[in-house]
Design a protein around this ligand. Structure first.
Ligand code: PBG
Length: 333
């Protein structure tokens, strides 16, 4: 054939292929999510093989392992004792709570590790919602924000580097920014869960924290989070959320879940000059693990391809439970 253009020329050898490779993975772009609990043992999470709830003592070892693999950031989630959960979730701003203690300890032992937190009420709420549920069953916005601000300040006090509001209340980024600044934490950043969808992919995470919305009791409790998290049918709305978060002072924008929302990652990348993060969530992890256990897919190849696809879509940062495995595999290639 008389062809001028033969794209295969640049695919012929591995040297040529790597020369023209557009995107790559670096463990420094991973944020590694970790679950902590009060116990003194390590507790596996059944729907997330390889992921555990760590005691504070064991958490250190896992974070050091991640650091040695080149991972520079972790995000912490608490499994709070049932007895501490209340309707107003006030445990979320207890200075001596699980998360502030975990942050202090990590910062003492490994000060260079960047610590991101999650700001929302669900792990501390006996109703299992990210905000305060009124007696009529409405998730209250402005009342919740006061609590979120106190939670963020306590986390900053403990040494958090990046505060991650994950609750999707309106106006929380601006309010948290102001609360942090008022207390002298103007250097602490906000990584906002900007476009967080009301998704079934969070199932295994809610098992890990036992944080799913509860049954209605003395008051009605919404069965899902669709009055605050975004409708999976909407894309333009993500841009509105991104614009608001930027105006309110977010430093990094996040899309969540990741895989089913790659178009949103791409759109935000076009719309904003801020760093974009994507959350490769618990349900996405669980699906890969289940298929790999059955021998139906090659786990290593699928994970590295998936993480690379986040970078191609425009994500600078990837929150992923595969972080340590992927970092190890990247060393071997
Ligand atoms: C809590 C929160 C959730 C996740 C991160 N922070 C669950 C939810 O909103 O119900 C999900 C993470 C995952 O599934 O990996 N606000």
């Amino acid at each position: 054939m008389d062809l001028t253009y033969r794209p295969r020329r640049l695919r012929r050898t591995s040297g040529l292929r790597s020369m023209v490779q557009e995107h790559s993975l670096n463990p420094a772009d991973f944020i590694y999510p970790l679950f902590v609990h009060e116990g003194d043992h390590v507790e596996p999470i059944s729907a997330m093989p390889g992921v555990n709830r760590w005691s504070l003592d064991n958490l250190m070892g896992e974070v050091e392992r991640a650091w040695k693999l080149g991972i520079k950031s972790v995000v912490l989630f608490p499994k709070v004792d049932e007895a501490l959960k209340t309707e107003d979730a006030a445990e979320c701003f207890n200075e001596k709570g699980l998360i502030p203690r975990a942050i202090r300890r990590l910062k003492k032992e490994l000060p260079e590790m960047t610590i991101m937190t999650d700001v929302a009420l669900d792990p501390y709420s006996c109703d299992g919602h990210d905000g305060i549920v009124s007696s009529e069953g409405v998730v209250l916005n402005d009342e919740t924000i006061e609590y979120l601000c106190r939670q963020a300040v306590v986390q900053a006090q403990a040494g958090a580097d990046l505060i991650g509001p994950s609750d999707m209340m309106d106006g929380r980024v601006g309010a948290i920014r102001e609360a942090l600044d008022d207390e002298g934490y103007e250097h602490v950043g906000i990584i906002s869960y900007t476009a967080k969808y009301s998704s079934a992919y969070y199932g295994p995470f809610r098992e890990a924290l036992d944080s799913a919305p509860r049954e209605a009791s003395i008051k009605p409790i919404p069965k899902d989070k669709s009055t605050y998290q975004m409708n999976p049918a909407n894309a333009r709305e993500a841009i509105t959320e991104a614009q608001l978060d930027e105006q309110e002072g977010a430093d990094i924008l996040m899309v969540k879940p990741g895989l089913a929302y790659m178009d949103i990652v791409y759109r935000l990348r076009q719309e904003s000059e801020l760093p974009i993060a994507a959350y490769n969530v618990s349900g996405e992890y669980a699906m890969v693990k289940a298929a790999a256990e059955k021998g139906w897919i090659d786990e290593r190849a699928v994970v590295l391809e998936t993480l690379l696809s986040f970078r191609r879509a425009g994500a600078d940062l990837i929150l992923t439970y595969h972080a340590c495995d992927a970092a190890e595999w990247l060393r071997q290639v």
